[in-house]
Design a protein around this ligand. Sequence first.
Ligand code: NI
Length: 183
Amino acid sequence: MAVRPITQIGAPVLRQRARALTHAELASPEVQALIDDLIDTMHDARGAGLAAPQVGESVRIAVIEVPADPPHPYRPAIPLTVLVNPVLTPIDDEQFAHAEGCLSVPDLRGLVPRAARVRVQAWDRHGAAIDEIVVGLTAATYQHEIDHLDGVLFVDRADPRTLATMAEFERHQMPAVIAAARA
Ligand code: NI
């Protein structure tokens, strides 16, 4: 287990479509070690999620976790989740503007239109089927991480006029975001 460097915007691996894994590959010590490294790196960076291309591996694995305490006080907690070969399907047409940042895009936030409800089909780290429906901020987090597996970054989807540094976001946009999350 190890904390790995996080690839930054401009690295070609962040723009590639990552490849799917077979059950046999998932069971290998190398891929299980990669999953442990993704979890360690996400925890070290205090991120809500991390996808394999963000540690330089172009395979379809993402990890997600939102602790019940700060630094995400307005976000619903998400237990540690490992998604392998995930597929997302919106349940309906409803979207909302989600405030996002990314460990691969330093010091930037923006508002991204995301589906409000999605079905998630994937394998867990042991190859068992996951089939669940996630909503709201949790659904947006899933969409952000799975975008990474298709070479898409949040800045591609954000309204460019909403882009802000972390400091300006906290100064000007955070109160509205917290109010919307509570509503
Ligand atoms: Ni990201």
